[in-house]
Design a protein around this ligand. Structure first.
Ligand code: PEP
Ligand code: MG
Length: 322
């Protein structure tokens, strides 16, 4: 029995009609970094780097960051590791960063906005990520992007980090892939344009639900609205997938909705290329994928996206849950 489970854990997630979905893991905190297992996944789909900064008295140095990234990259044995640049602010705070007190922190100074403002801090992180790319397959991903200007500016800073490494004769992957997290309505609506300048998309549904429905993800009083089954959210995901595929780039989901059993048929029908989740969820999701057919789910996808209410969406999804 144990052998059977092990075999299932190491299986690829391919639908009955031959469509493969990469199943990757989310990591970043020490516990999940320790338990990383390359055999049961297609790589790391989201490496949250906040933890590195949070368990620290001051900014982690380039050397300290490099050591952590390099370890994860080597553990993945050549499978891709997507490292997300610092996503601080909002619900995550750091004393030594001296961030301003804000009335609406989720709409304020956070993530890529801080990094583009504090350029040396950002370049230090980029150099550490780039150096880790010499030890395996690494990609860089920017959080909270809302327009092309931010993406272009962030890519310029990657180039600056590369120039500095060149002058030190440090090795790194010169073709490193650069992706964008789609987690704001603005990025969804500009996804046709962003797709031309990014190497991949990863949809952060945790924030995308919050910003699409204008519902604070921490506020109990309005949690009934904070739901991935909002038709608006599902339509946003479909639009992003379509725009990504038009430009021939991969699209993944790395929020909690990636491992929501009920939604897997829908993600398959939208031809999402990769789902990234907590390691403990991977086996269950692989099992579901191997039992469904994309062709059969396509009609359902159309129905769900035309539903009037969240309740209707859930009724459709329950009716086909494999
Ligand atoms: C998301 O917003 O879906 C996401 C994966 O990022 P985080 O949960 O770290 O904000
Ligand atoms: Mg997010």
């Amino acid at each position: 029995q144990k052998r059977e489970l092990e075999k299932l854990a190491q299986k690829e997630a391919i639908t009955i009609d031959g469509y493969k979905i990469k199943i990757c893991v989310n990591t970043g905190d020490q516990e999940s970094l320790n338990s990383l297992d390359a055999k049961i996944c297609d790589g790391i789909g989201l490496f949250r780097t906040e933890f590195l900064y949070m368990n620290h008295k001051g900014y982690p140095t380039e050397e300290e960051q490099f050591a952590v990234y390099q370890t994860a990259v080597q553990k993945m044995e050549g499978k891709e590791v997507v490292i997300r640049t610092l996503d601080i602010g909002g619900d995550k705070q750091l004393d030594y960063m001296e961030l301003p007190k804000e009335a609406n922190p989720f709409l304020g100074y956070r993530a890529i906005r801080i990094c583009l403002d504090r350029k040396e801090m950002f370049i230090t992180q980029l150099k550490a990520i780039l150096r880790a790319s010499a030890y395996g397959s690494v990609a860089i991903m920017f959080p909270m992007i809302v327009n092309l200007e931010e993406l272009r500016e962030a890519k310029e800073l990657v180039k600056e980090a590369m120039r500095r490494l060149d002058s030190l004769k440090e090795n790194y992957d010169k073709e490193i892939k650069i992706g964008v997290m789609i987690e704001t309505p603005s990025a969804v609506l500009l996804s046709d344009k962003l797709a031309r300048e990014a190497d991949f998309f990863s949809i952060g549904t945790n924030d995308l639900i919050q910003y699409t429905t204008a519902t604070d993800r921490m506020n109990e009083k309005v949690q009934y609205l904070y739901d991935s089954c909002n038709v608006s959210v599902l339509r946003a995901v479909r639009l992003v997938a379509q725009n990504a595929h038009k430009e021939g780039i991969e699209v993944s989901i790395c929020g909690e909705a990636a491992s929501d059993e009920m939604l897997i048929p829908l993600w398959a029908a939208m031809k999402i290329n990769k789902l990234s989740m907590a390691q403990a969820q991977t086996m269950k999701i692989k099992y579901i994928i191997t039992r469904l057919s994309v062709k059969e789910q396509e009609a359902l996808c159309g129905q769900v996206l035309e539903a009037d209410t969240m309740e209707e969406v859930k009724k459709y999804l329950h009716s086909i849950c494999p």
